[in-house]
Design a protein around this ligand. Structure first.
Ligand code: HEM
Ligand code: NAG
Ligand code: NAG
Length: 317
């Protein structure tokens, strides 16, 4: 009963949220900034040629943006003398490549000043990052506004890599995202890199009986332990998210089924029947994964809440 009332309250809350949100559309900039998409794509392409970690960074940046106050560019804001921004919160480990958004903003401002929000630039850059890494592409809904609030403490609202399936489900449900969205979007872990600290819990002092998480494949775990010793002193040490970490493919799901995932939150996708079925489906079919990923990115990308079109992505107007 309490659960039902909670669910009702939550859906009312989300409903009021969606009526407040800015209406998004595919042709939002057709008249005011027709070159916006090609401009951003070329900036992302150029950045990728210099640094192959850029696509992963942009995809994760978009996820963090959308999960805190909706996709409103709050992740892009700098701290000020009286406010510590999301960027400087504890979950900021590995957030980087903000300069790519700045470069895109600069080029877009030169063509159509004061028109395109930083939140839309990030949404488009994340789409380009996936497509240019060999993944699917999609039409991005635009018309997001930039928010004026970014608080380091809010990064506590992001799901943690130590989360179990019920915690993950709850975190996604709070944003109107389903268990199917959770599995598809976790496939974002086909790109990029993780520091040791994010999977430390699985390879040292796992629980009272096991030093190492028994669900990890033994030689994979041994390898992680050699890269990340208990008293790790190399702050950049870590592992790639999958064996093809610059290519957007379904290898993440294949490895997950073999006990070769980095996070407790990845492994958790195997702990419920519904999520495990989806993991197997995506491991078996790149196409099924691509389709589901696009669908869930559109859903995640429609969370919104901003008010202005920032002139500089790092500071409110
Ligand atoms: C399901 C809950 C999720 C958790 C608990 C989680 C957690 C993490 C953690 C801990 C890292 C590594 C940080 C580090 O140590 O450097 C990471 C990296 C990453 N995550 Fe997630 N994540 C989740 C969902 C997502 C989603 C929805 C996306 C995008 C669709 C995503 C995309 C990425 C990418 C691309 C990286 C690599 C970043 C880079 O190499 O710069 N993650 N995630
Ligand atoms: C992450 O936060 C720390 C502590 O506030 C800060 O020193 C560091 O510069 C931040 N990293 C990024 C990428 O902003
Ligand atoms: C997940 O963790 C929470 C908090 O520690 C706990 O209350 C819950 O029972 C756990 N759920 C599962 C499915 O393990």
């Amino acid at each position: 009963m309490a659960k039902r009332i909670f669910a009702l309250a939550l859906s009312l809350f989300l409903l009021s949220f969606s009526t407040l949100a800015n209406a998004l559309s595919l042709n939002y900039y057709d008249k005011t900034c027709p070159m916006v998409e090609t401009t951003i794509t070329s900036v992302v392409k150029k950045a990728m040629m210099n640094d192959q970690t850029v696509p992963a960074a942009l995809l994760r940046m978009f996820f963090h943006d959308c999960f805190i106050r909706g996709c409103d560019g709050s992740v892009l804001l700098h701290s000020t003398s009286n406010n510590q921004a999301e960027k400087d919160g504890p979950a900021n480990i590995s957030l980087h490549a903000f300069y790519v958004i700045d470069n895109a903003k600069k080029e877009v401002e030169a063509k159509c000043p004061g028109v395109v929000s930083c939140a839309d630039i990030l949404a488009l850059a994340a789409r380009d990052a996936v497509a240019l890494s060999g993944g699917p592409t999609w039409n991005v809904q635009k018309g997001r506004k930039d928010g004026r609030i970014s608080k380091a403490i809010d990064t506590r609202l992001l799901p943690a890599p130590t989360f179990n399936i019920s915690q993950l489900q709850q975190s996604f449900a709070q944003r109107g995202l389903s268990i199917a969205d959770l599995v598809a979007l976790s496939g974002g872990h086909t790109l990029g890199f993780s520091h040791c600290s994010s999977f430390q819990n699985r390879i040292h002092n796992f629980d009272t009986k096991n030093d190492v998480d028994p669900s990890l494949q033994p030689s994979f775990a041994a390898n992680l332990r050699s890269v990340c010793p208990l008293h790790n002193t190399r702050k950049n040490a870590g592992a790639t998210m999958d064996t093809t970490s610059t290519i957007f493919d379904n290898v993440y799901f294949k490895l997950l089924l073999q006990g070769k995932s980095l996070f407790t939150s990845d492994e958790a996708l195997l702990s419920a029947h519904e999520t495990k079925t989806l993991v197997s489906k995506f491991a078996n079919s790149q196409e099924d994964f691509n389709r589901a990923f696009v669908n869930s990115m559109l859903k995640m990308g429609s969370l919104n809440g901003g008010q202005e079109v920032r002139l500089n992505c790092r500071a409110v107007n």
